[in-house]
Design a binder for this molecule. Sequence first.
Ligand SMILES: [Zn+2]
Length: 501
Amino acid sequence: MQSPPQIIRHGLVLRPEEDSVDRKDILVIDGRIAEVGQPGMAAPPDAILVDASDQLIHPGLVNGHTHGHGHYSRGLTDDITLELILAAGPWFAGHRTHEDKYLSTAIGAAEMVLKGCTACYDMFMELPTPTLDGLTAAGQAYTDIGMRAVIAPMVADYPFFRAIPGLYEALPAPLQKEIDGSGAPGGEDILKRLAEIARAWPFAQDRIALAMGPTIPLLCTDAFMKGCVSIAREHGLMIQSHLSESKVQEIAAQRRYGMSLTAHLDRLDILGPDLSAAHGVWLGDEDMARLGDAGASVVLNTGSNMRLGSGLPHMRRLLDKGVNVGIGTDASSCSDNQNMYEAMRLAAYVSHVYDNDYRQWVSSQEAAQAATEGSAQALGMPNIGKVAAGYYADLVFLDLSWIHYMPLRNALNQFVQAEDSTGVLHVMIDGKWVVRERKLVNFDLAHLRPKVRAAIDRIDTLTATNRAVFRQMQPIVGTYCAGLACEAHHVHRFAGMPGRE
Ligand SMILES: [Zn+2]
């Protein structure tokens, strides 16, 4: 059923791509922005009036990288690196029912829309292997809350402990036995399943899109990586992979492939506009140029990189090399909220740490554009991320009477530097209200809480052994990988520790 047109009047409209903030009216018809015009512009007589006086309207933030399964693991640790989080997989993500997959995704989706984010790229992990029902449950959670999403089943066919050179051998025999007994499915089975999922995907691609998520190149054999990409290209799907996230990964790549991870993907003919690389912290200049030339995207997750000690991403250099840059939060298990305002601010601020030449800093305009249009490009959704005619009406209404805008001096700067989501008043997706007066319209959070509590109690019991195994591994994996990260490498992304480079 079509809803009547809406005319949004008297709002201050922020358009990062034009570096502009002006008072405009916005006409919304059938979920899309039909026109952005001068205040008082003509509108159809049956249009519903939305008074946006004293509100700053911005294109919905787009979270370029998160994990729907990760929200159950929020707050579990404060002492893990990326490699440790990978070793903790069975503890963090094991024993999930499809209901759990729905609930976990709903937690993140609810947080994102309440915090001004209208679309996300979700690398969703199911153990031991992806299922249509599990991914559908995740997609249903986004649908119920009213959010747009790209869901990429996160897959691998090469064991983590073998992918890091010498790590398996560093473990004592009983722990090696634990790992050997995990019984992960083979790559061919997973590819078969992914192809079936692509054929049977039940959602519209512009609302809940399917993508392919070969998780980390080191954790994929070449044949598997190419298999995932060929399914994506056959079905017109986007591809996301964690690329060059930690120094350990690049050191491992040099040993295994004799080249950087990006050069390895280039050799496999995987770089293209359909690829988004999550993180890209340890990309060298040549890698960045390769990605830029191929039209690929890099999605920065600065909060996660800081939390896991992965290093500081270099957005200025990525932009200089012509790479499309998006911004993400990463999982709630590692960064730890789903606040895109914070992710956007960190992406800008970290550039100030790299260089005290302010001309090299990432501007508010660049950060805002990356968190909207840049991420939208990574999602493969060209009709979101801007307040412009033809785009979906995915709009966030900030309260200009909120303390962040007192005094209102430069709305774009204050949007990036001061907003922390507490100014979010309303959120519209596809022209429909998803958040009104700071509350979810379609979803009862109070109802979610007891279900999540009961689920977590059940899962914590079932994963108690996995947790114990992880805690035995932690000092070995942690110190072994920290040792690898001491090796010399031509890219430098740790702050203030020259002795470790
Ligand atoms: Zn991630």
